[in-house]
Design a protein around this ligand. Structure first.
Ligand code: ATP
Ligand code: MG
Length: 429
């Protein structure tokens, strides 16, 4: 195929073989969020570039080098959203739904866009499920977010494969004091820092903690610790969070170097990480951002949230063999009809079955065909049973009911008994 007719590098089709697993994952998360009282919000995929510059911060990786930014026909600078928090904050402010201290517990799902180097678990269009809570400032809600994800890992069978890392970044004041101490320390070792860290030291010094460079990491071993600079309020908040996680029995490790890539976090930050996906180990990340709404022009409004990467979690389910068996079958019953009169009866009969059994997954043979070819298609569909309608069956108002996976002999079933029979052997839920 010519190059121009291929998908863009790092932007993937999700093929029909893969969508059952995606829908299982998305459905599981959606049900969980419903059960905890979160409501879905849907934001546009494109926003003014300014929104992301203001919220994420000019000197972050995302804004510096990962955004898909373009000018539209009006000459406005627009950007394909690289994450969901900025747009969600914009939306709640625009619609005034966090005013007067109103609590909002919101979630969203959809594609995000970042111009990164594509590799396993890292793409240019990827998908997140994210969640934001506004106007609750205590550790109880931070704990709820983590407890909820812990439950999700349990439902998906992933608990043994993920690890929770926690840190507190303090308030912007205590973080400011820490930043000064860190800059002073690192400046004294400037010539030994890697190039990226030298640059970050000037623009976003906390990000130096995040470095992958071994030499810089060695220097950081003696650097001042964020925990020593925490203000009392942040310390109490962090203790409150840990007490709740301990009470529920959720294991965690404190990672003093966890700073997150974005500028807007304060107090709690956390990441769920795995060693099952190589370098792309973070499957869910989030934290508190009490200053963000005000920074974006709203009244002071505490906020906390997280986002998880759907591709990475789907990869994990596959890698750990946690794909539920029942996802492999998409069809329960395949109806074969032979001849024009039988085809007419088949469509009427199948509509009546769908009326009676709304969850029945019934596929009617399309495109006619011989006995042999229809059975071949029935078998290939993965169905458990084939229904057979030919002239003889039509005359007697019955169908042939043929197990396709070795569960007994073919039998004849009267049309008016068929729904009840199918209900006993295929329809659940
Ligand atoms: P990373 O350190 O892996 O680049 P991040 O800190 O940039 O992640 P966030 O902005 O916190 O990621 O996004 C939340 C989650 O979205 C990540 O934990 C990850 O699971 C997923 N994610 C982020 N970027 C990508 C990407 N390019 N491709 C696939 N998933 C991604
Ligand atoms: Mg990133």
């Amino acid at each position: 195929m010519s190059k121009s007719l291929q998908a863009i590098r790092g932007m993937n089709d999700i093929l029909p073989e893969q969508t059952p697993l995606w829908r299982y994952f998305e459905g599981t998360v959606a049900r969980l969020l419903d059960n905890y009282g979160y409501r879905q919000i849907r934001m546009p995929i494109v926003e003014f570039t300014e929104l992301f510059k203001r919220s994420i911060g000019e000197v972050t990786d995302i804004v510096e080098k990962e955004m898909y930014t373009f000018e539209d026909r009006n000459g406005d600078s627009l950007t394909l959203r690289p994450e969901g928090t900025a747009a969600c904050v914009r939306a709640v402010l625009e619609h005034g739904i966090t005013g007067g201290g109103q609590v909002q517990k919101l979630w969203y799902i959809g594609p995000m866009f970042r111009h990164e180097r594509p590799q396993k678990g890292r793409y240019r269009q990827f998908h997140q499920i994210g969640l934001e809570v506004f106007n609750l400032d205590g550790p109880d809600i931070d704990a709820e977010l983590i407890v909820m994800t812990w439950r999700l890992w349990g439902e998906l069978g992933l608990r043994d494969a993920v690890k929770l890392e926690l840190n507190s970044l303090g308030t912007s004041e205590s973080r400011g004091r820490y930043r000064e101490a860190l800059v002073e320390f690192l400046s004294a070792h400037l010539d030994k820092l890697d190039e990226d860290s030298q640059r970050r030291l000037k623009t976003n010094p906390l990000r130096v903690l995040d470095t992958k460079n071994a030499e810089t990491q060695a220097i950081l071993a003696d650097a001042p610790k964020m925990a020593d600079y925490l203000d009392d309020e942040s310390r109490a908040h962090f203790e409150g969070l840990k007490a709740r996680l301990d009470a529920v029995g959720i294991p965690y490790v404190i990672n003093p170097k966890l700073v997150r890539g974005l500028d807007y976090y304060s107090k709690t930050v956390f990441e769920w990480v795995t060693d099952k996906l190589g370098a792309q180990g973070t499957v869910c990340a989030g934290g508190r951002y009490d200053g963000l709404v005000e920074q974006m022009g709203g009244k002071p409004t505490p906020g906390v949230g997280f986002a998880m990467g759907i591709e990475r979690l789907v990869l994990m389910l596959e890698a750990l063999d946690k794909v539920p068996q029942e996802l492999s079958r998409q069809v329960d019953v395949y109806l074969c009809a032979f001849g024009e009169a039988a085809e007419l009866a088949a469509i009427v009969l199948s509509e009546a079955l769908r009326d009676r059994l709304p969850n029945l997954r019934l596929q009617i043979n399309a495109g006619a065909g011989s006995f042999k070819s229809q059975f071949k298609k029935a078998d290939k569909s993965g169905a458990l049973y084939a229904l057979i309608l030919g002239d003889d069956e039509l005359a007697q108002q019955v169908v042939g009911f043929k197990p396709l996976r070795g569960q007994g002999e073919q039998q004849s079933i009267a049309w008016d008994a068929l729904a009840a029979h199918l209900a006993t052997c295929v329809v659940q839920g």
